[in-house]
Ligand binder design. Structure first.
Ligand SMILES: Cc1cc2nc3c(=O)[nH]c(=O)nc-3n(C[C@H](O)[C@H](O)[C@H](O)COP(=O)(O)OP(=O)(O)OC[C@H]3O[C@@H](n4cnc5c(N)ncnc54)[C@H](O)[C@@H]3O)c2cc1C
Length: 257
């Protein structure tokens, strides 16, 4: 039996899930790169050669058999944009004592897994507002990388896009140089890594993601806020945004636990 122990939570104004064909298929690992001490970016290529269509922000469900014979499934947001047609990438954090996250991070080039996707309704709402905030901690950044690249590929220039990424130390920042490179090329993209335990040498934002967000909430009515990560962070950011005057209908979220 397939055991899915977590499910996506989507904000109050969720549009119906994007209607993309859901496919169950086998994938081969093309590469598996450790990008910081406990996060890997893993690329999966369909053995059929046919990559499914999806909306940035959607996720896949991966199944595997544990050593005790029990089959489990876990969900992972797609990190690569839909324009990448060879397959899909995931950004996975090793969870201490967890099976699936460590299983995925230990996969080698050529290993095979089964996945079902795309799933979920955590997708961009149109029309875009003047300011779009993506707020994440840890691997909650995954759907935002896919959304950001898609918007920029589509030539989006009118909306200012803010990515607030929270973690503890500089070495925990996921693909920092990648996001910094995009910020240099696109004046409407603002990358705001925020560290809760930064050393004195850190010149960027400090504290928690909601503190950085609060600095940018001058006109709450012109913003959409997307939040992704663990429940405690999602709830804190949501509560702070609503208390600051952001309409609840402009807040969308996906919880990982
Ligand atoms: C819609 C959706 C999308 C997701 N996308 C991602 C993703 O892109 N990348 C990713 O790494 N995880 C993602 N997750 C979490 C993922 O599904 C698993 O829960 C996680 O990998 C732990 O699985 P496990 O079998 O290793 O451990 P389990 O034994 O299932 O989990 C142990 C505990 O780990 C905690 N946990 C779950 N996810 C995380 C996390 N990311 N960081 C810290 N603690 C966590 C939970 O509190 C859970 O109770 C997503 C979850 C959902 C519902």
């Amino acid at each position: 039996m397939l055991v899915a122990e977590a499910s996506a939570q989507v904000g109050p104004q969720a549009a119906p899930p994007a209607r993309k064909r859901v496919t169950r298929a086998e994938y081969v690992i093309d590469c598996n790169e450790q990008v910081n001490p406990d996060v890997n970016v893993i690329r999966f290529v369909p053995t059929t050669g046919q990559m499914f269509d999806f909306e940035p922000g959607q996720f896949v469900s991966i199944s595997a058999v544990k050593p005790d014979g029990k089959k489990i499934a876990r969900d992972y947001s797609i990190y690569s944009p839909p324009s990448f047609r060879q397959g899909f990438e995931l950004c996975v954090k090793r969870v201490e004592g967890g099976f699936m996250s460590n299983y995925l991070c230990d996969l080698k080039k050529g290993d095979k897994i089964n996945a079902i996707g795309p799933m979920g309704g955590f997708v961009l709402r149109r029309p875009l507002p003047p300011e779009l905030f993506f707020v994440s901690t840890g691997t909650g950044v995954a759907p935002f990388r896919a959304m950001l690249e898609t918007l920029l590929e589509q030539g989006e220039k009118n909306t200012h896009i803010y990515l607030i990424f929270g973690t503890r130390h500089p070495e925990d920042i996921i693909n920092r140089s990648f996001f910094e490179g995009i910020e240099k090329q696109h004046p409407n993209f603002h990358y705001l890594p925020t560290l809760s335990r930064a050393e004195d040498s850190w010149t960027g934002h400090r504290g928690h993601v909601q503190e950085t967000l609060s600095k940018y909430l001058k006109d709450p009515s012109k913003k959409d806020i997307y939040i992704c990560g663990l429940q405690i962070m999602v709830d804190q950011v949501k509560d702070m945004a609503v208390a600051s005057g952001v309409p609840a209908t402009s807040i969308y979220y996906e919880r990982y636990d």
